[in-house]
Design a protein around this ligand. Structure first.
Ligand SMILES: *[C@@H]1O[C@H](CO)[C@@H](O)[C@H](O)[C@H]1NC(C)=O
Length: 387
């Protein structure tokens, strides 16, 4: 074996030359043909050993992530933040020419996330054939109406996200369908949006979020709707989200407790989890659940600081309060550290170190009343997450 000193001397004398099939041929060494093991690294690249001699390992950004460089294919199968990936010998390989370098210090962390994410993404191909529903319609699920709206230009040839939007108490799907900014942002961004009717309770159409406000099983109702819409329209089952205003915000918080296996994330407005549900240990998301709540400090319907509400006869409910609701979600998701301030917007706070890479946030609208908050911000939060 040659000494490292000699190697680097020869190597440095020749730097700056154009690299051919692998960097080492210009330096008088063959390219490695069978080994992929890096024995030595210098400015020229990664070196392996074959037949008792140094050989050049074709180096590219993917090596830092524990993957080989592509040697024959140029076909991009998958792209993520690291670069373009191809497949060779049944394994991922890095395609060059994307100009991206990954620093070696991040290797160990990145490697685990990369290996788990990529196979998921490639399997995430939804077969759209036979999904004939392509324009606005009203479905009947468990005897209730669900208004389904399709984005402009929807062709049904590729899977799109779905936003389920829950209406306020005493409202309805048709009352709320024109009112939600979150829904508008989602539709404008190519998502299908569903407005579901709540069931009748003592104070009109509402949702059952534990102690209040109807006796219906809205969890099963939502599951049944998801089952039907994913059969009929080309919805990506990994990108189904929940949002809602007022009691609809309550239902989308509650969805995190009971529907996190089918709903990827929620962006509720102007409500909290019921304290009764939290205190009795009934909120048990089956996976880390990303959630961003919007709350106004001057909300006189669902008080920012929480407390008992006896507005609905016979069904008292205690609101967690905005900050406690944030803390509770952070706790359930194993978030550590303090929330990042002014993220994703002014007066928002966001826990970014949580289990499963999820985020948990609260946007406080100073002086804000009982309102939806920033629907576009809500949608932009949701769409980062997949099941
Ligand atoms: C769905 O229901 C709404 C409200 O009741 C109605 O205005 C609309 O025309 C219906 N849409 C379809 C496609 O039937």
């Amino acid at each position: 074996m040659r000494s490292y000193a000699l190697l680097s001397l020869v190597a440095s004398a020749l730097t700056g030359k154009v690299l051919a099939d692998c960097f080492s041929t210009k330096l008088g060494y063959p390219c490695c043909t069978s080994t992929t093991q890096v024995v030595y690294t210098d400015n020229d690249g990664n070196w392996g050993v074959e037949n008792n001699d140094w050989c050049g390992l074709n180096s590219c950004w993917a090596n830092a992530l524990g993957y080989p460089c592509c040697t024959s294919t140029t076909q991009v199968v998958f792209t993520d933040n690291d670069g373009n990936w191809g497949v060779e010998n049944n394994d991922w390989c890095g395609l060059t020419n994307n100009g991206q370098q990954v620093s070696k210090t991040t290797t160990t962390i990145k490697k685990t996330t990369t290996t788990t994410q990529k196979p998921q993404q490639t399997q995430n191909v939804v077969d759209c054939s036979g999904k004939t529903l392509k324009s606005n319609t009203n479905l009947t699920i468990n005897g209730r109406k669900v208004i389904v709206k399709f984005p402009n230009g929807y062709k049904g040839d590729k899977a799109v996200p779905l936003l389920i939007n829950y209406h306020p108490i005493m409202g309805s799907a048709s009352q709320w369908e024109g009112g939600s900014q979150t829904a508008k942002a989602a539709l404008n961004d190519g998502a299908i949006v569903a407005f579901m009717d709540g069931a009748q309770g003592p104070m009109g159409q509402a949702w059952n979020v534990g102690p209040c406000c109807t006796d219906a099983d809205d969890v099963t109702y939502t599951r049944n709707f998801i089952k039907e819409i994913t059969q009929k329209a080309c919805v990506d089952p990994k990108r189904i989200y929940a949002a809602g205003f007022s009691m609809g915000g309550g239902m989308s918080n509650y969805a995190g407790c009971y529907l996190s296996d089918v709903i990827a994330a929620a962006a509720p407005s102007a409500f909290d989890l019921a304290k009764e549900i939290v205190d009795s240990g009934k909120c048990k998301p089956s996976r880390p659940f990303p959630i961003l709540n919007f709350r106004g400090t001057s909300d006189n319907v669902v008080m920012y600081n929480g407390g008992l509400s006896q507005v609905v006869p016979g069904k008292p409910i205690t609101f967690m309060g905005a900050k406690n609701n944030l803390k509770e979600w952070a706790k359930m998701n194993g978030c550590t550290g303090s929330p990042k301030s002014n993220t994703p917007g002014n007066n928002c706070e966001m826990y970014e170190n949580c289990n499963g890479g999820v985020k948990v946030g609260l946007c406080t609208i100073n002086g804000g009343g009982h309102s939806e908050g920033d629907g576009k911000m809500g949608w932009d939060f949701l769409k980062q997450f997949t099941l």
